[in-house]
Ligand binder design. Structure first.
Ligand code: SF4
Length: 351
């Protein structure tokens, strides 16, 4: 493809990378394009779940909280008939409410029941895994130190699984104030979208204070967060400027900006759209790194690449850090109804 190359890598470039304009480019200027970037399996599933629910039940379908933290995705789904609400009580009785990929506390399921609402749970299975860990350790009467960002929906949902056992640790600065009942019976868990390095700093500080602290059975920071950070680390070291496509309320996108700067990028910025890029950022810049958060559709990255190509950054080199092939099946409520619909259609045809 014109202007786009891959670094020697054991695998081919990801599909869906569109060709860039083949204008003659000023020598030396290039874009390093991170791979993987953009949609993770949990976001893909949640967005498809809203679309399928709209097809299946018709508009409106209510969604509690932004289905994923991305302005463009939310606006697109609103146009198709989704209505986003912040509280369950905002949904009129008898309607369908979908829970977002970030997960909800059990009390929210109860509110939906009280409000006579049908529910579809689009919580990412990797968030559900953390919920289950929290419930298991709470049942065994552990004190659970949940590393995460205060006020983030995922943290609110996980904390709600065992409010009497969980305390939030929002970074290494919070460690001093942590108090536990029994220092020999504590475990740490984490939000799925944190910076891997910063989380380990917090864990180290916690372990210094509580040497018997145990770790979760497997990583809570999900594969998508880890892979996107790994790719940014690789390209950030070489880029003068890194542009991360993502919304300001997207935790994993914000972490990519931080990771890029720590990796050595002179500057790193978060933008929702290409139109938010400031020409002044390009002053003295030879290499621009581009990536996107886990809730960002590829079309927004393509627009950024076009914007850069128009300004002489048309050579695109892919920096590939990992292969991803994970997919999740649709929420069970939708699978059940979709199956019923398919069966009814078959019966109609057979009759
Ligand atoms: S970022 Fe990770 S935890 Fe969050 S939806 Fe995507 S795969 Fe799931």
């Amino acid at each position: 493809m014109d202007g786009m190359t891959s670094r020697p890598s054991p695998t081919a470039a990801p599909s869906g990378d569109a060709a860039r304009p083949s204008d003659i480019q000023p020598a030396g200027r290039k874009v390093l394009l991170a791979a993987p970037r953009g949609y993770c399996a949990g976001v893909d599933r949640a967005v498809i779940a809203v679309e399928k629910a709209l097809e299946q039940y018709g508009a409106p379908v209510y969604v509690r909280h932004e289905i994923v933290h991305n302005k463009y995705v939310v606006k697109t789904l609103e146009k198709k008939g989704a209505i986003f609400v912040e509280r369950t009580e905002e949904v009129p009785p008898g309607n369908i409410v979908m829970f977002s990929a970030h997960g909800v506390a059990p009390v929210v399921h109860e509110e939906a029941k009280q409000g006579r609402l049908a529910t579809i749970d689009a919580t990412c299975p990797l968030v559900t895994k953390v919920h289950k860990e929290a419930v298991r350790y709470a049942n065994e009467d552990y004190d659970i130190l949940l590393i995460g960002h205060e006020g983030h929906e995922e943290v609110i949902g996980t904390s709600g699984e065992a409010p009497d056992h969980i305390q939030l640790v929002d970074g290494p600065g919070d460690v001093d104030k942590v108090e536990v009942r029994d220092p020999s019976k504590i475990v740490w868990l984490s939000q799925t979208t944190l910076s891997v390095d910063e989380t380990m700093e917090t864990v180290d500080a916690l372990k210094e204070k509580f040497p018997q602290l145990i770790s979760p059975p497997s990583d809570d920071i999900c594969y998508a967060t880890q892979n996107r950070q790994l790719a940014v680390k690789q390209m950030g070291a070489e880029a003068d400027l890194v542009i991360v496509v993502g919304s300001r309320n997207s935790s994993n996108s914000k972490r990519l900006v931080e990771v890029a700067k720590l990796a050595g990028a002179r500057e790193a910025y978060l933008v929702d759209f290409a139109s938010e890029i400031d020409e002044a950022w390009l002053e003295g810049v030879t290499t621009v790194g581009v990536t996107s958060g886990a809730s960002v559709p590829e079309v927004l990255v393509e627009q950024v690449l076009e914007w850069l190509a128009e300004r002489g950054y048309g050579d695109v080199e892919i920096v590939k850090a990992a292969e991803e092939s994970i997919t999740f099946s649709l929420p069970k409520e939708l699978r059940r109804d979709l199956r019923a619909e398919a069966k009814a259609a078959t019966e109609d045809t057979d009759a």
